[in-house]
Design a protein around this ligand. Structure first.
Ligand code: GTP
Ligand code: MG
Length: 197
């Protein structure tokens, strides 16, 4: 597993706290509580790399993990969490907008969605950001363990059809479960490829 060397380096509240904009990084985005941090941990093969929580809104900064020199994984704060105060929400919106617009090291986006609630408004917005700068995106439909095999497959087909219509070949999708480890190898190979590992 080329990603199991990942280690925590820093958490940025402000754009100037980000590491220098060089090398390659892959960001994990998704609605609050979708399972971003759990997916990062499963992919890296560490239980406690990124902090996870039952409470939505746990990850409040851009958290950087280094895989190798100049190769990074980034855990983005979750979006769509209703209880965040409006001024904090506005701060995050502008930080994240700027990050997507300017970050040259960003080579790929993983959009983490609960398989039971795929392609909601904010997910579409993240995909649109990626599309606007021709960045490849990969959607993981996580918590697949919560649905039957049949329901998992029909959701996957529906999501793929929608993505194909909106974005063509630039956006891919797969099933995932941090609990059962379904799809972990598939995610790893996409991310390792983007990071050129
Ligand atoms: P924020 O940082 O708050 O935005 O959340 P997050 O997207 O990082 O979610 P996190 O990984 O912390 O997981 C949220 C909750 O979902 C936790 O209680 C996890 O244990 C649970 N969870 C995550 N992935 C899975 C999964 O694949 N299956 C199941 N059953 N539960 C999961
Ligand atoms: Mg998190």
């Amino acid at each position: 597993n080329p990603l199991n060397s990942a280690e925590y380096v820093l958490a940025a509240h402000l754009p100037r706290q980000l590491p220098p904009d060089g090398g390659r990084e892959v960001a994990f985005a998704g609605r609050s509580n979708a399972g971003k941090s759990s997916a990062l941990n499963a992919m890296a093969g560490h239980n406690k790399l990124a902090r996870t929580s039952k409470t939505p809104g746990r990850t409040q900064q851009l958290v950087y993990f280094r895989v190798r020199p100049e190769r990074w994984l980034v855990d983005l704060p979750g979006y769509g969490y209703a209880k965040v105060p409006p001024d904090l929400r506005a701060h995050w919106q502008s930080f994240i907008n700027g990050y997507f617009r300017d970050r040259e090291a960003l080579v790929g986006l993983v959009v983490v969605m609960d398989v039971r609630h795929p392609l909601r408004e904010f997910d579409q917005q993240m995909l649109a950001y990626a599309h606007a700068r021709a960045l490849p995106a990969h959607c993981i439909l996580t918590k697949a363990d919560k649905l039957s095999r049949g329901a998992q497959q029909s959701t996957l087909l529906q999501v793929r059809r929608q993505l194909q219509a909106d974005y063509g070949e630039h956006v891919t999708a797969q099933l995932f479960s941090s609990s059962s480890k379904l799809g972990v190898d598939e995610l790893r190979s996409v991310v390792a490829g983007w990071l050129d590992l």
